[in-house]
Design a protein around this ligand. Structure first.
Ligand code: NAD
Ligand code: LMR
Length: 329
């Protein structure tokens, strides 16, 4: 049986992450090895030519699952009929730019993109925001798409989740497959909280398996939370292949489900769970069944973790209030 191709839109397609992401989508790693895709690439006019170059390379791969590529600088065209929207393109912080300026510049991108998703996306649309500040950009887009269920708007903390898995695996000398129930709480920023008190290593609480509070506080948490900056410092550019990999993981699990007895981290609109104000797009532990995610319920939060979750959530509240004051939501 031939399946109808799924429309996948990637914004910022000519950027670094776009280059690492598009080939993996076209090869079937985003949705599954039997799901044909049609790619829609959205770029700013100056970068359309570069996106066309990437599309030529995609053609040259002769991917059996790639049914076509459309390239546009018009958001309405890009999101028409889209089922998976990967919002990667964003305005980076430039020298002398204040946080408010950054939020405002990104509001100018994510507001019209939210409106375009509202106007034309398919009923089953799922949105992943990668472009920073990812959680608040997702909030802006979501608020401008009132006809799309709010829970379809998510932001990426899977890269942080994967970073936490690797750091812990190295510390304990175990394979990453021995670790379950890792959680990133809060914002995709340096305030995020990677939580070893609910994670398990071969069935044992990870924090107990580590048994080194100093390492946990002074090494593990800052290493994971500041890894993005460390990559920029080392590479001279922000993470790209690992970010693309995390985007693939995020969407694949959202569509295909999480493993029994495990969960993943996704920034999703809060339903008030764990004291996170309703509507904020904050990272939680989630499980996915039948294509729908649910925030894991009933976890006991210790005092150490509570303070860190609260600090990251407070930053999200500040960002939300700032974009509200700017009239962006
Ligand atoms: P990049 O600068 O290489 O590419 C960004 C692309 O977006 C550019 O080609 C640019 O032309 C395009 N763009 C800008 N405005 C656009 C618009 N309105 N519509 C469509 N395209 C637009 O950057 P990159 O390395 O690919 O990173 C992209 C974003 O992802 C950045 O904001 C970065 O900080 C963020 N990021 C997030 C994570 C995460 O874990 N959430 C990880 C890494 C990077
Ligand atoms: C990352 O976590 O690697 C990025 O979000 C860093 C950045 O600022 O682009």
């Amino acid at each position: 049986m031939t399946r109808t191709p799924v429309n996948v839109t990637v914004t910022g397609a000519a950027g670094q992450i776009g280059y690492a992401l598009l080939f993996r989508i076209a090869s079937g790693q985003l949705l599954g090895a039997d799901v044909p895709v049609r790619l829609r690439l959205l770029e700013i006019p100056q970068a359309v030519k570069a996106a066309e170059g990437t599309a030529m390379e995609l053609d040259d791969c002769a991917f059996p699952l790639l049914s076509g590529i459309d390239i546009t600088d018009d958001a309405k065209t890009a999101f028409d009929g889209v089922s998976v929207a990967l919002l990667v393109g964003a305005r980076p912080r430039s020298k002398g730019m204040e946080r408010g300026d950054l939020l405002e510049a990104n509001g100018g991108i994510f507001k019209p993109q939210g409106e375009a998703i509202n106007a034309g996306a398919a009923d089953d649309v799922r949105v992943l925001v990668v472009g920073n500040p990812a959680n608040t950009n997702a909030l802006i887009a979501q608020r401008h798409a009132p006809d799309v269920p709010a829970e379809r708007f998510t932001a990426m903390t899977r890269l942080d989740h994967n970073r936490a898995l690797s750091q812990l695996a190295k510390k304990l000398g175990v394979p990453v497959t021995g670790i379950r129930k890792m959680t990133i709480w809060g914002n995709h920023s340096a305030t995020q909280y990677p939580d070893l008190f609910r994670a398990e290593v071969n069935g044992r609480v990870a924090a107990e398996a580590v048994n080194d509070q100093r390492w946990l506080e002074d090494d593990f948490i800052p290493t994971v939370a500041k890894r993005g900056a460390a990559i920029i410092e080392a590479r001279g550019a922000s993470s790209a292949a690992s970010a693309a990999n995390a985007a693939i993981d995020h969407v694949y699990d959202w569509v295909n489900g999480t493993a029994e007895g495990d969960w993943v981290s996704m920034a999703v609109p809060s339903d008030g769970s764990y004291g996170v104000p309703e509507g904020l797009i904050s990272s939680f532990p989630v499980t996915v069944e039948d294509g729908k995610y649910s925030i894991v319920q009933g976890l006991e939060i210790d005092e150490f973790s509570r303070a860190r979750i609260d600090a990251s959530v407070a930053e999200l509240v500040e960002e939300r209030d700032a974009v509200q004051a700017l009239g962006l939501i």
